[in-house]
Design a protein around this ligand. Structure first.
Ligand code: FES
Ligand SMILES: [Fe+2]
Length: 446
């Protein structure tokens, strides 16, 4: 007998998407378990816990998580829940501590998770408490290019396999330099939309010239950056591709020009350009000639909830998302580049970012349309570019769509969602094999 799938929410042939996945409370609860309980998720950065005994408070889905570096230097991620009655044992956002004492009854855990002290263990518990079995609940942790990832599922594949060929593209931003990167943040705010909408938007370059018209006009006026027209957008040779749930868009360049980004002004642009040129031999050694010179990662998402780099769309109920925005820059970049990157990423996509402000009301309306029983009779249309993508592109790994403007990544993202939601365990979740040629010296970590 063929088992029927519980969820069939996206039609790959027509791009019809069932809107209930944005508002249904039971589906949301299942997402917390089957997606956020299983997937590798970005939770922090090594620069946020640089010293022994540092900790940083973060989240996986709705679960509060303590990222610690123990006194041997090893990283851990723990559920922030006292094993006695469930109190949160850490209330600070970050700090340095060898152990964490629960403020309810005083059970005390070391920063490697062990339950170290229980008041009255002899008198109150008759020396009968299985202390060794009451360590903090621990996630599996790994690091890619300084970004710390974790999963609750100890049967999950390696982070390297999970990222797969997406790393071939991610390296061009996060893995350029021997000295690594620094993350600053997070800036945090709430957006009244379903968490999946901003994630699928990462591959939506179709909206940019319409949604962001006023921002583009402001940039044109004050920054000298000409705005893009529809005609230019539709004829760009850029690429749109998908690997293992991760949506990627890539700029192809032939003249070695760094990507124009927020924070660059007419006055400081030359510093960004000089830095780009000066570091090119090192970048080429690390990434190979082609990735160093010709491939530039632009908008992208990491399954499930990574949005444009090390930024998180944390679920807070079906119709609420908590955004965490970090700026990531090269540790030894010139001050102008570091400051410009931090300021610019906030200017574009921070809480008061020009682009973020443009986007949020669309995301809210798209998510909320599914509250209406009438609207739910009509599917969301994600048909753009159906039948125009290939898994065997000669130059680019992943499922590459023919054109830059496509909804291929969005269809694939919702299919990936189905794969997680219909799976009983990781054994049922497919992973693409790693096929890319990782030319150069850069590895997963360093
Ligand atoms: S709940 Fe933590 S010691 Fe009781
Ligand atoms: Fe946008």
């Amino acid at each position: 007998m063929v088992a029927t799938k519980k969820y069939s929410i996206i039609d790959a042939e027509t791009g019809a998407l069932d809107r209930r996945i944005f508002v249904d409370e039971a589906i949301y609860q299942e997402e917390l378990e089957k997606i956020f309980g299983r997937a590798w998720q970005m939770i922090g950065h090594v620069s946020l816990v640089p010293n022994p005994n540092d900790f940083f408070h973060t989240y996986m889905g709705e679960d509060p998580v303590i990222l610690t570096r123990d006194n041997t230097g090893q990283l851990h991620a723990f559920l922030n829940m006292c094993r006695h009655r469930g109190n949160r044992i850490v209330r600070a956002d970050e700090g340095n501590a060898k152990n964490f004492m629960c403020t309810y009854h005083g059970w005390t855990f070391s920063n490697d998770g062990r339950l170290e002290h229980v008041p009255g263990v002899s008198e109150a518990y008759y020396d009968d408490l299985p202390v060794d079995e009451l360590s903090l609940v621990e996630a599996k942790v790994d690091v890619y290019a300084g970004i710390v990832f974790a999963t609750w599922d100890h049967e999950a594949p390696s982070l390297e396999a999970y990222l797969g060929d997406a790393r071939w593209y991610l390296d061009t931003v996060f893995n350029r330099r021997d000295g690594g990167t620094v993350a600053v943040g997070p800036m945090k705010w709430l957006e009244p939309c379903n968490w999946k909408t901003p994630v699928d938007n990462c591959s939506d370059n179709y909206h940019t010239v319409v949604t962001h018209l006023s921002s583009a006009m402001a940039y044109e006026k004050y920054n000298g950056r000409p705005r893009t027209t529809h005609a230019q957008l539709f004829t760009r040779p850029h690429k749109h591709m998908f690997v293992n749930g991760h949506g990627l868009t890539v700029r192809e360049v032939d003249d070695d020009t760094p990507r124009d980004r927020a924070g660059m002004t007419d006055e400081n642009r030359h510093v960004f350009y000089e830095h780009h040129r000066a570091t090119m031999p090192e970048v080429e050694r690390r990434l190979g000639r082609r990735r160093a010179h010709e491939v530039q990662l632009t908008n992208h998402s990491l399954f499930p909830n990574g949005v444009l780099g090390f930024r998180l769309a944390l679920p807070r109920g079906p119709l609420m998302t908590e955004f965490w925005h970090f700026a990531v820059y090269e540790k030894d970049a010139p001050e102008v580049v570091r400051h410009g990157t931090q300021k610019g990423s906030g200017q574009n996509n921070g809480a008061a970012g020009l682009f973020e402000q443009d986007d949020i009301d669309n995301w809210r309306q798209v998510s909320m349309s599914a509250l209406s029983p009438l609207a739910r009779r009509y599917a969301q249309d994600l048909s753009m570019g159906v039948g125009h993508a290939t898994d065997n592109h000669p130059d680019y790994p992943g499922r590459v769509s023919e054109r830059y403007i496509s909804e291929s990544n969005q269809r694939n993202f919702y299919q990936r969602w189905e794969e997680f939601m219909n799976a009983d365990s990781w054994a049922d979740i497919p992973l693409d094999p790693i096929t890319a040629d990782f030319e150069g010296a850069a590895g997963m970590n360093g």
